[in-house]
Ligand binder design. Structure first.
Ligand SMILES: C[S@@+](CC[C@H](N)C(=O)[O-])C[C@H]1O[C@@H](n2cnc3c(N)ncnc32)[C@H](O)[C@@H]1O
Length: 306
């Protein structure tokens, strides 16, 4: 498969990946404890659908090694008896898959003798195909064995919501998914998000893009500023024509309500469509003097903020 990202085969581990790994290992530790000790299940699956190359630049372990170590180092592993643990490690990129195979072979050597109850299945497929194969292979009326799926894609496009729905429709299937909210926002108007969501629901989200924030800075002479809020990471660019109050400008530190849209605006990924002081109603106002620029906006030169 052609690599869809610009990273090398093995890359440096960013801090957010460390956070993701901490959540993964803590959750899996509890999950193994529950399903390993249960006499109800003979077999459980861990599906790492976007397994990566198995390690990072600085030799930090990747998710497949962490998942295996969490089981093999579990304080109750000896009591898990005959429960069969199937690990399915899937990576689509050929070079990363080769790296992953090498890393897993090393883990097996280091952990020899390898327990008979732990099986590794290595796959080099598009996750969507793998998950569809898995789901269609279940005979009618039967259920998937308890499955923990780690879905750690770059961006959001590789895992349609319908696939997630089908996986979690099995009662003992749990997902830990990396959902890249920022990418979805960024490409919300590009026309390729719709196929990953139920179209109607997604379209209605546009009406809900209103947030509370604080004005980080306001450049009076230039008529623009930046608003910070949890919904607009990195800041939301605001032009004075979007200020819906009797005054024509915002003030640094001011609390505001604002409507935003995804944008590529002067280095910011969000642009305010309307801004007004918190706890007040937006006021639609007319420009004081005429004069619009080529985009139909009122020119900054002609109407300065007060
Ligand atoms: C975020 S990285 C995985 C990191 C790994 N889970 C970890 O924590 O160490 C995403 C991986 O998915 C692979 N990938 C991209 N698209 C894929 C697809 N459609 N199916 C399977 N793997 C894919 C990429 O090559 C990349 O190695």
């Amino acid at each position: 498969m052609p690599r869809g990202d610009k990273l090398p085969t093995v890359w440096e581990r960013p801090p957010h990946t460390k956070a993701k790994h901490d959540i993964l290992t803590r959750y899996l530790g509890a999950w193994f404890g529950i399903f390993g000790s249960s006499s109800q299940y003979q077999r459980v699956n861990v599906l790492d659908g976007f397994a990566g190359p198995g390690r990072y630049d600085d030799d930090e372990p990747g998710s497949p090694v962490l998942a295996l170590n969490t089981l093999l180092g579990h304080q109750s592993f000896a009591k898990f008896g005959n429960t069969q643990f199937n690990f399915i490690f899937n990576e689509w990129d050929a070079e990363r898959f080769a790296s992953l195979q090498g890393v897993l072979a090393d883990v097996k050597t280091e952990r020899a003798p390898w327990p008979a109850t732990v099986r590794m299945i290595e796959r080099n497929q598009n996750f969507q195909d793998l998950a569809s194969d898995l789901l269609t292979s279940i005979p009618a009326g039967q259920k998937l064995a308890p499955t923990f799926a780690f879905i750690d894609q770059f961006g959001y496009r590789d895992v349609p919501m319908a696939l997630i729905r089908d996986l979690v429709s099995h009662p003992s299937c749990e997902l830990f998914i990396y959902f890249d909210f920022n990418s979805v926002n960024r490409f919300a108007n590009a026309g390729n998000v719709d196929t990953h969501f139920t179209a109607g629901d997604f379209q209605r989200m546009e009406d809900q893009m209103v947030a509370e924030g604080t004005v980080r800075e306001w450049r009076v002479e230039e008529g623009w500023g930046v608003i910070d809020s949890a919904s607009t990471p990195g800041g939301c660019w605001a032009f004075f024509t979007s200020v819906k109050s009797d005054k024509r400008h915002l003030v640094t530190g001011e609390r505001v309500s604002f409507e935003w849209e995804p944008a590529d605006q002067d280095g910011y990924r969000f642009r305010a469509v309307g801004v007004w002081p918190s706890r007040s109603e937006p006021v639609d106002r007319k420009p004081r003097r005429s004069g619009t620029d080529a985009d139909g906006r009122t020119a900054v030169r002609d109407i300065r903020p007060e």
